[in-house]
Design a protein around this ligand. Sequence first.
Ligand code: HEC
Length: 196
Amino acid sequence: MTRKTPLLAALPLLMLFGCADGTPPAPPPMDPAVMLAMGDSVSRQAQQVLMRNVAMAMQEGGPAHAVEFCNTRAVPLTDSMATLFGVTLQRLSDRKRNPGNAIATDADREAWKRIGEGKQPFAVQRADGGAWYYKPIFIAMPTCLKCHGGAEDIAAETQAVLAERYPADKAAGYKEGDLRGFWKIGFQPKHTGKHY
Ligand code: HEC
């Protein structure tokens, strides 16, 4: 009877996960159903946290005050949720308010095209192991119009704060039901070290 040494038994595993040139190996592919479920859960919770905080700020000091809140807190809040969930998390738009939320890469443009056509969430597994989730964001309630609607929807005081904080603002003039942008969630970008 032959007995494998522990090292020999571990060899197939080492070959699977180790890389001779020192680059980290691509992580195993994620199940598409898991990506969709996780993406849905993370984006839903992030949306809730953002909206709850905006609603509180609106109650405190009206939409103009809430714009200041979004200006300083929307990205840090999103980032801290990303850390909590162990993902990267962004809201992107072709008509962005925050210049940091621009659709900037070929992968973003491709995702935005697909969002515009299907208006549905979807997940993508890339060859390098990066796993991504995208979900449309709609102007889903009248409240959004107080800051993203037409001139008749946005109070003069709010317009003044928007003009001051966002001189290149493109995120006004929407109607209820319009596609406003999309959530972009990366499950394994830290591992691949790549950004799309
Ligand atoms: C109180 C004003 C206010 C309300 C209400 C509001 N937003 Fe915004 N929204 C902002 C501001 C300000 C930003 C830019 C935040 C930043 O600087 O990161 C923003 C950014 C966004 C972005 C990120 C893309 C970009 O343009 O930078 C999306 C998507 C978005 N809002 C969707 C919505 C939706 C959908 C609603 C309604 C459910 C909503 N917003 C309600 C003020 C508001």
